[in-house]
Write a protein that binds this ligand. Structure first.
Ligand SMILES: [Zn+2]
Length: 289
């Protein structure tokens, strides 16, 4: 029912005035030791590099304890990142819970969490050259975990039936197939992304998802520490800097680079996290042994 056809109750203002509470306070969330990560990073050497072509995606592998960096190497460009546990692709990045734990946009010190029932940190952000951006006058912030990924189905729906094959969803799917996953399985593996370098928010009046030109410039990067052995897939979004539109070839698009760094020593006190400790009984009684 449209909101204007509903009469507000007498205590409407009082109900609206109730103060919010943070759903997941961070004080009980295990925090990474960024100092230890930084110390390990200083002794790291580059061991791999790949370039993701514009309007396409590539897969890469990172071992637990290594670092990987996504860099803007040619011009303003947004990247859509998927992450899987290398040994079990059923464990994949959970943008929704990452959002619930860290907020709509992530930066240094935040972690990318895996889906249920695994729910453990897959990667920790250790450097973000766009951390200065903060919140702009429109409510925009950088590196969001709200925007899913551009896809040909939504485009088909909203464009009156047009076909476009280089949305991030398709790019990620093709990259997984190129990495050896069966075509019939790959599309279902593709999941909601971390929108690297993307500047987004919600309009204050209508609550609609918006994007605007990314502030990313040549040389900017977002760097991660791999908490577990990872298969990553990165798409260079057809939206380019996402200043106008995606799901077309109209926007100027640029490549992105992924660089892997291997430290000579793992961070002091660090070990790869175990999967979540909940016993998965869901209130059911275990059969008598
Ligand atoms: Zn995209």
């Amino acid at each position: 029912m449209p909101m204007n056809l509903v009469n507000a109750p007498e205590d409407a203002d009082a109900r609206r005035a109730i103060a919010p509470v943070i759903a997941y306070p961070e004080d009980t969330l295990p925090r990474p030791d960024l100092e230890a990560y930084a110390s390990a990073r200083r002794g790291a050497r580059e061991t791999g590099r790949l370039v993701v072509p514009p309007r396409d995606a590539r897969a890469f592998r990172v071992s637990a304890g290594q670092f990987f960096r996504i860099t803007c190497i040619e011009g303003p460009q947004v990247g859509d990142l998927n992450l899987f546990c290398l040994h079990d692709p059923a464990e994949r990045f959970f943008s929704g819970k990452t959002r619930a734990l860290h907020g709509t946009h992530v930066t240094t010190g935040d972690r990318l969490w895996s889906c249920l029932p695994f729910l453990r940190p897959m990667a920790t952000i250790v450097a973000d050259t766009l951390a200065w951006y903060g919140t702009d006058p429109h409510g925009g912030r950088v590196h969001d975990v709200i925007g899913t990924r551009c896809d040909p189905y939504t485009h088909h729906l909203l464009s009156g039936g047009s076909t476009y094959h280089n949305c991030c969803h398709s790019n990620l799917t093709r990259a997984l197939i190129g990495d050896g996953f069966p075509a019939e399985r790959a599309e279902y593996m593709t999941h909601d992304v971390l929108n690297v370098f993307m500047c987004t928010g919600f309009t204050p009046d209508t609550g609609q998802y918006f994007m605007k030109a990314s502030p990313v410039r040549l040389g900017d990067y977002l760097e991660f520490f791999a908490e577990i052995d990872l298969l990553g897939v990165l798409s260079a979004c057809p939206g380019g800097d996402c200043s106008a539109e995606h799901s077309s070839d109209l926007a100027p698009c640029h490549p992105l680079q992924v660089t892997i760094y291997d430290p000579s020593e793992r961070p002091t006190g660090w070990s790869t996290p175990s999967v979540n400790g909940y016993d998965r009984s869901h209130g059911l009684r275990h059969p008598e042994k």
